[in-house]
Design a protein around this ligand. Structure first.
Ligand code: AMP
Length: 210
């Protein structure tokens, strides 16, 4: 089964993807993670992407689509996958339709004010990538990772100005994808403001795995 998770940055796509990965035994492909990895390794592609990512803008369709094509060739994608953060433009969606069959698209709906609060309070571990939130999921010791003990940081693109830019980018370029997939009869919408457990229940219901 091939699934797409749509939703604004910070809507909870990553958390839901982890749950679906376990439930359906298919991998999750996060283009944001692939790009951050490329930036960290200072690859040619990573160097080209960094400034756009830091500014909350989209990396070119060409770069992202070729990265996804490479990832889909890996054997773990043989039975499908979950796309988290891809596609983000109509052109990416059209390109994806040429390379694979999408079964279902789940859009996680969260108002902008909730997103802003969630993202500006987010802290990530610079070593192991674990994620926290200063009020809803704080670490045991402030600014220290519970899992590996390294320092927690604010991702550059989680600053308030960049979060607002990312939301603007989402509404302008990615939200129209809902109409694209609705026309194909593949769109399901779920509320994304509840707890993690409530979110899992909603996902299980649309996937028919309750
Ligand atoms: P994310 O972690 O999914 O919010 O992605 C972080 C950043 O990576 C985004 O703000 C974009 O700059 C870039 N990015 C991730 N996925 C895509 C995509 N499908 N198309 C273009 N840029 C992307």
């Amino acid at each position: 089964m091939t699934l797409i998770l749509l939703g604004a940055p910070g809507a909870g796509k990553g958390t839901r993807a982890e749950y679906i990965m376990e439930a359906l035994s298919i991998p999750s492909i996060s283009t944001g993670n692939l790009l951050r990895e490329a930036v960290k390794n200072q690859t040619f592609l990573g160097l080209r992407a960094k400034d756009l990512m830091d500014a909350g803008k989209l990396v070119s369709d060409e770069v992202v689509v070729s990265m996804v094509k490479d990832r889909l060739m890996e054997p773990d994608c043989a039975n499908g996958c979950i796309f988290d953060g891809f596609p983000r433009t109509l052109h990416q969606a059209e390109e994806l339709d040429k390379i694979t069959n999408v079964d279902m698209v789940i859009s996680i709906e969260v108002p902008d004010e909730v997103i802003e609060e969630r993202m500006t309070g987010r802290r990530v571990c610079q070593s192991c990538g674990a994620t926290y939130h200063i009020s809803s999921a704080p670490p045991k010791i402030a600014d220290v990772c519970d899992k590996c003990g390294d320092a927690l940081i604010v991702r550059e693109d989680d600053s308030p100005e960049v979060v607002r830019q990312r939301l603007h980018t989402y509404h302008e370029q990615s939200e129209p994808l809902k109409g694209y997939y609705e026309a194909q009869g593949k769109l399901r919408m779920i509320v994304g403001t509840g707890t993690v457990e409530e979110g899992q229940k909603l996902i299980a219901k649309v996937l028919g795995i309750e």
